[in-house]
Design a protein around this ligand. Sequence first.
Ligand code: G6P
Length: 362
Amino acid sequence: QYAQKDGFRFFMEKEIYEQSDVVSDCMLERVKDETTSFDEINDSILDGINEIKICACGTSYHAGITSSYLFERLSKIKCNVEIASEFRYKQPLLTKDTLFIVISQSGETADTLEVLKMAKKAGLKTLVICNVDNSSMTRLAHYSILTRAGIEKGVASTKAFSTQTVTLWMLALYFANVKKSISNEVMQKELTALREVPNALKIEDKIHEKTRRLSKRYLHGHGFFFIGRDVFYPLALEGALKLKEISYLHAEGYPAGEMKHGPIALADPELFTIALMPQNLLYDKVKSNVEELSARDSTICSISSLDFELSDDFVKIQETNHYMLEFFEMLVVVQLLSMEISIRLGNDVDMPRNLAKSVTVE
Ligand code: G6P
């Protein structure tokens, strides 16, 4: 089912379009009336746990940062995230009240596998969020939750990321239910939003067409900044990573509020700012950050459900009532935009130079 391009130009394109369906698979039997649940774990997973540590690489690391906001906000558990190759050599303090989570599409990435071994050896409870059953990591960790994205062939990860993020959001809600850390009302609002994710990932023709037209303008210049706050910061990191991976253009993801501490010095019309401006989360704060960049003549492309008059370009997403739905709508936009830019530059979208799908050596 997943091995053919089915009329799409590239596997990446097919996989971007598959996201709505695979996310539905990922949520199957896991989103219940009152909470979320997983066959793979039970409430005792949180016994004696006071914090969560997440380690991963690449796109999986970005899913990890996204979830750290959700674990703190919803589950009220302290959470921090580190890049596996850094964690591995820092002689980290590992304490047994920590639930150690690794995230990996393949389950084989050498650095992530190594930190999982370290944590297990130190006696920590370990959990892997993985797309490949019977991989090295699922065999090693105490608990595994599968993301059910199906085979991902494009080197630039797309549907692996959306299913990881949804899985981690469901997990944050599961923990919230165990710890009774949010009200029933908030839980219901979250569950309603979760059920809407497959819809948010459906791609309207006009959105794809818009990214195709934008790709004509965003080929040159001296760089891109993707900016956002809160969970839109890791989404900015992911947008920038996609663009680097397949277009070979210089791009950075940055917290919107941090631009004034250095990067704004780069602003001029040849600097492209892709501004993630969710209506449901810190809109005015991001808006004022974008205004500062606009005042310094950066070219602004905003992605939002609200019109923003200072934008040079604008991708309008559907209005929703939850920031995570905006997150998934914007995810599709940044994925399509990098793919269209890459295609226009004549690159091999599925097999970018110098990159491998799975990095099994250090
Ligand atoms: C490689 C891939 C990335 C991926 C990263 C981590 O660099 O090109 O797309 O995000 O490895 O892979 P994992 O399988 O551990 O998620």
